[in-house]
Design a protein. Structure first.
Length: 291
């Protein structure tokens, strides 16, 4: 059985065809441009693939409420060409297959819960730290939506006392994304994150903000595992710093077997950067009633 998968990111679109075993049979990547340019290319890819369903993990914010008039839309995105765009409706009209839809980071969480390091867990959190910061939450074995979907990248943080940076987020200034996403790192330090590996002060501050947010996620959601992905986490020195600071910030308040083994609790993705497209594949499978 063949299912379509689309990981719709703000920078690039990854299209794939896979099967119920999580095997990717074919894929293509194109840049994210305007809908007028990008969508016909995506449609052309899927049209001759004989897919049963299509799963979409999409950059957001998006409308995930099936009862809403704008269900399946990208809503108040900063990518203005995509604002209020009916991405699900486009594919539903042209492909005439069931569509599974969620955020891209919820898709990554689903990929890890289905085939990766969160398999078998009831509650987990996936955090992506790259051009932006987003979180996907598995709660009670299901992806958390609620009123819209978690926007944990925009929780407000107090600045560390020695940090004079004003923050990058146009909405909140010093939210987690405004302080710790890739563009904030570049603007604060004058270099892209990839060029700052030998500057320990950069990663000490980055780890501080990530740990501050993660400590709050732990206390609020009580996840059994937290997965940190995205381009910023390619800095190998960062994860040990984050683990150390989370332990410090928790202050011994919670004593669980998970937190006792921080190396297995705070982890990198386990699916060779395929967690997003595999999550989209599972969204498509679920839309067609396939386990």
């Amino acid at each position: 059985m063949r299912f379509g998968a689309l990981e719709a990111g703000g920078t690039k679109m990854v299209c794939a065809v896979g099967n119920e075993n999580g095997e990717i049979l074919d894929r293509m990547t194109i840049p994210t441009e305007t809908p007028a340019v990008t969508m016909p290319k995506l449609l052309a890819y899927f049209q001759d693939k004989e897919i049963r369903t299509l799963g979409i993990g999409c950059f957001g914010p998006v409308d995930l409420n099936p009862a809403s008039d704008t269900y399946g839309y990208i809503t108040t995105t900063a990518k203005l060409a995509w604002k209020h765009y009916d991405i699900c409706g486009y594919f539903r009209k042209h492909l005439k297959v069931p569509i599974g839809f969620d955020t891209d980071v919820n898709g990554s969480m689903l990929g890890e819960a289905t085939w990766g390091c969160a398999k078998g867990l009831d509650t987990a959190v996936y955090i992506t730290i790259g051009t932006g910061v987003g979180i996907g939450v598995l709660a009670g074995g299901k992806l958390l939506h609620g009123m819209q979907h978690p926007e944990g990248g925009h929780i407000l943080l107090p600045k560390r006392k020695d940090d004079t940076y004003a923050g990058k987020c146009p909405y909140h200034g010093t939210c987690l994304e405004g302080l710790a996403a890739g563009p904030a790192i570049e603007e604060r330090w004058g270099e892209k994150a990839a060029n700052l590996a030998e500057r320990p002060e950069v990663w000490d501050l980055e780890a501080y903000y990530l740990a501050y947010a993660i400590t709050n996620y732990i206390l609020l959601l009580s996840p059994q595992k937290i997965i940190l992905g995205g381009g910023v986490m390619h800095q190998e020195q960062l994860m040990p710093l984050v683990r150390h600071k989370v332990k410090e910030m928790l202050g011994g308040y919670m004593e669980t077997k998970e937190l006792a083994d921080m190396d297995s609790y705070l982890v990198l993705p386990s699916l060779d950067d395929n967690q997003g497209i595999l999550g989209a594949l599972k969204l498509g499978m679920d839309a067609g009633g396939q386990a």
